[in-house]
Design a protein. Sequence first.
Length: 599
Amino acid sequence: MSLINTLLVVQTSGTTSVGLLGNIVGEKRPQPFVEDTAVPPENLADYILEFRALLDSNGLDYGMFGHVDAGVLHVRPLLDMKDAHAAELVQLISDKIVDLTHKYGGVIWGEHGKGLRSEYAPIFFGESYPLIQKVKALFDPLNKLNPGKIATPDTQPKANLIKLLEAPLRGNFDRQIARKDWQKFSTTMHCNGNGACFNFDVDDPMCPSYKVTRDRIHSPKGRATLIKEWLRRENSEEQSQEFDIEVYDALHGCLSCKSCAGQCPVKVDIPDSKARFLQKYHERYRHSIRDYLISNLERFTPLMSHFSALYNFFQKMKLVQIVQRDLFKVVDIPLFHSQAKADLSELGAILLNNDLSNLPKSSDKAVILVQDAFTRYFDTPVFIETIQFIRKLGIQPCILPYFPNGKPLHVHGFIREFEDLRLKASLLLNKAAQSGIPLVGIDPAMTLVYRQEYKTQYDGELPEYSFKVLMLQEWLKEWLQSHSLPPLPIISSPKYILASHCTERTQVPASTEQWQFIFKAFDIELETVALGCCGMAGTYGHEAEHRQLSTQIYQQSWQEKQIEYGLKFLVTGYSCRSQIKRLQQEQPLHPIQILNHRL
């Protein structure tokens, strides 16, 4: 008997249980067609035994939860609705559960309404059903309102209730999608329409584009539905340029923040599907020049840094800004920091060779920093203070040779180029990991790419991985649990507020607790506040067509809190710090800078 087959009957939240079941991996997923039965509580135990025996006899795995005091039972058998035989099982199980529920004096719709199970209404209403038909006839004599559902008017003797399988099933459409496409877009294909992404809480990171537009097309559910239909048409003669563009527009509005991948009960990953869609879309329609420039920014950054003063001079010119906005649709391009060309070896860091031959021999007194273009060249003080902080702990910081991370390439659908870059980067990271020295990244969104997109199957061969790049707080908490801090002066420290990157919060929920643990060890109070998305999200906020929406997203949640807390507002994400800098004209601090000052 499999784990999911195990009985779970408790007084529980349906939302929680459905969320847990939504995490099931595989083509067979929990289907809610017998999930709302109710019997008198005194009959529940015997009812459950027979219910389980029926499902077991048909070789089905299932999830089972409910509300014991009310005799309500929610059961979701696992079926792959793309399988033509699954519909037959739906009918078979439904018929038998109707008989079983009726036997124990219950109903098959305990909480959630009758819907298209109404063909069973005459069984449960019994002698009362003709009376319901009379009521229906009084208010709807011509059978125009929801015809075939719940009851038919007695004035229409030929009217019938809709049979269970007469309504079109999602599986009928899904099986028209090519198998290889279904597998590539897997999590998106399993969107079950639960609507958790229709989230109106501006202080919650789930889908900022939906919150600001209030257009369901710009929600994960809306985008998942469009992608499904687009893939279905790809395998038919219904393909059209007009629909291609409609899907592109919906996905172009996605910030690729990955909040859906963390908060959706089914873990629908729209950013991943967006990248895969863009790859296929741009096989037909050319990329813009801007796509090439932004996606390859990481490659050019070290070279451009040699001319950083000249670059910054031109970027500050109004004429250049207008040309970039009107011709390339790019706004607010970041400037190189004045310390971008700093010699990091002068700070006591070891700049590692490409062959890593100069790595320290002792792994417990060193850490390897994995550079990202943004904290290294555009927000350099954070990078420098990280090095200083590590040295103050008595640890030798080592700097891995710079290489592009590839996140911009992935976001814009350059999957093949991303795979090539990933392969080269993985060879270096694997070699570094063999030293036993921890690998640490500073920017959370860039760092998480190494454990998500780097380990995702695309078109090419998936490289082997023996490395894990930790976020700063993951490494530091682990270090603090086995080491002692140097003596700290007793000072009166203000209370700080943690503003984490939304990718960090939703992909690694423990990150908030990790930062709080660290600050407590340093005798500093760190609180959290509920926050949505800052609206920058990497390249999104720099695209001219998104400038207004990016600002509105920031104003929904971040602006008021940033104004209230000022420099006590500690921001982990480079994108988020950039957004505050351009909209509030303030330079927020990273948590590591406070810790560095504390030492």
